[in-house]
Design a protein around this ligand. Structure first.
Ligand code: NAP
Length: 240
């Protein structure tokens, strides 16, 4: 059985991705930070699923998680770098701590997890990394400058790493969601939500399952010749 590590899998897109990948036959490691009861409940509801607490922005936590996967399950076959936080506000009013938090979790977290997952994959000459960016990383969002930068970094990281590790039998790809119905958007006021919906050609926001089905596709043999790409899942809001 192949083993998938999904970061930020206690809620939202990551939780649905863990469920979808479990149903596709993966053993899933449900990474979480604060939402322990949700991660445990999800693990209990799935076959071969294990919660693991780790802050993806902390190298020691990340190393411990991939050591655990190596010791217990002979290494990581699929890594989904999904954990993320948003920050909406005027750029110049962001504190240095707020800036570090967004960059450390969204970008450095994916970099660290990839670093510690790759040795297993290189050894097996096989592996998959799927990064979760955002359409704002493609086109930028006012009042989400640092979030947009972190996600643009994810897209660049995907392209560069795909070129570097492809020769080791490892594919690195990216999904780039638009507005998705998760806790991340629960504080958006009704005016903003209806404005965003109006801007989406499909006239509705997306669901976590509409992102996780693309993650499942990228993790499958059907995507065996895709490497270094970013797939937008945004109802047509961003078409490039
Ligand atoms: P969400 O519902 O707020 O869930 C975020 C997840 O990230 C939670 O499971 C949380 O775990 C985890 N997390 C946060 N900080 C972490 C850390 N330091 N270490 C480990 N896990 C951490 O968000 P979502 O909407 O599902 O977003 C998932 C990903 O999709 C993010 O990268 C986000 O930027 C991206 N995305 C979302 C949207 C959208 O509209 N929702 C659009 C584009 C891209 P705990 O609760 O356990 O702390």
């Amino acid at each position: 059985m192949r083993t998938a590590v999904i970061t930020g899998a206690s809620r939202g897109i990551g939780s649905k991705a863990a469920e979808t990948l479990s149903k596709a036959g993966y053993r899933v490691i449900i990474n979480y930070l604060h939402s322990q009861s949700k991660a445990k409940a999800l693990a209990d509801s799935l076959n071969e699923a294990y919660p693991f607490k780790a802050d993806v922005s902390k190298p020691d936590d990340v190393k411990a998680m991939f050591d655990y996967v190596r010791d217990r399950f002979a290494g990581t076959d699929l890594l989904v770098n999904n954990a993320g936080v948003s920050h909406i506000g005027v750029f110049q009013l962001m504190s240095d701590i707020e800036i570090d938090r967004v960059l450390d979790i969204n970008l450095k977290g994916a970099v660290l997890c990839s670093k510690y997952a790759l040795p297993d994959m290189i050894k097996k000459h096989s592996g998959l990394i799927i990064n979760v960016a955002s359409m704002w990383g493609e086109v930028g969002a006012s009042c989400e400058a640092v979030y947009s930068a972190s996600k643009a970094g994810i897209i660049g990281f995907t392209k560069a790493l795909a070129k570097e590790v492809g020769m080791s039998g490892i594919r690195v790809n990216c999904v780039s969601p638009g507005v998705i119905d998760t806790d991340m958007n629960k504080d958006l006021d009704s005016y903003t939500l209806s404005y965003l919906t109006h801007e989406i050609p499909l006239k509705r926001i997306g669901s976590p399952s509409e992102v996780s089905s693309v993650i499942r596709f990228l993790a499958s043999e059907d995507a065996s010749y895709l490497n270094g790409i970013t797939i937008g899942i945004n109802g047509g809001m961003v078409i490039q």
